[in-house]
Design a protein around this ligand. Structure first.
Ligand code: HEC
Length: 179
């Protein structure tokens, strides 16, 4: 009987020592390495950041039509002058240049300009009209929209800028449908 009481005391002492040691160790780690939890947080965050960086491989393009109502036609015209006019004329009856004339493009069929030598990629879509969403996708990333096309334009990243540009293209497209 007294023997087992003795054992219990020893057991309790060992337990107490263990708990004390553990708490002391925790305190020591916090004091010695106060930044340890932060490092852990950064490490946890890294895979998420890597996923975010990989995400643009499959971008989901937001619909552009909700942005058209408040779009800025003047800004769109400036964007067209700066980023498109070097290859595209924009006036009615304008000549084809490096790219086809863009007057009336909204609502027109793909490969709409007679006499322009389109790539097979764009000619292959000739039965489809250029809707606002199609133009949005094309301007955002021509290569992704029509692989193998010959428009060497990297793409316009800002949705607001694309909305402004589309509002301008609409203004030079007498047969454009309402957005
Ligand atoms: C470096 C020259 C270049 C620039 C800059 C450029 N384009 Fe183009 N674009 C082309 C060429 C070349 C084609 C014909 C593509 C093909 O046939 O594959 C084309 C085709 C197009 C088409 C299809 C026309 C049709 O008849 O189907 C549209 C729409 C268009 N471009 C809009 C734009 C807009 C808007 C911009 C400015 C944001 C722009 N492009 C900037 C060269 C350019």
């Amino acid at each position: 009987m007294s023997n087992s009481l003795e054992m219990n005391k020893i057991f309790a002492a060992v337990l107490t020592a263990g708990v004390t040691f553990g708490v002391a160790g925790l305190v020591a780690r916090l004091v010695v390495h106060p930044s340890a939890p932060q490092q852990a947080a950064i490490q946890v965050g890294e895979p998420a950041a890597a996923q975010a960086a990989a995400a643009p491989a499959a971008p989901a393009l937001e619909p552009i039509t909700p942005l058209l109502a408040a779009a800025n036609v003047q800004n769109g015209q400036q964007l067209a002058q700066r980023q498109c006019a070097s290859c595209h004329s924009l006036n009615e009856g304008g000549r084809n240049g490096v790219g086809p004339n863009l007057y009336g493009i909204v609502g027109a069929k793909h490969a709409h300009s007679e006499g322009f030598a389109y790539s097979a990629a764009i000619r292959g879509m000739a039965s489809k009209p250029w809707t606002y969403e199609e133009l949005n996708a094309w301007i955002a990333n021509p290569r992704a929209y029509a692989p193998g096309n010959k428009m060497t334009y990297a793409g316009m990243a800002s949705a607001q800028s694309r909305a402004d540009l589309l509002a301008y293209l609409r203004s030079i497209s007498p047969n454009a449908p309402a957005p």
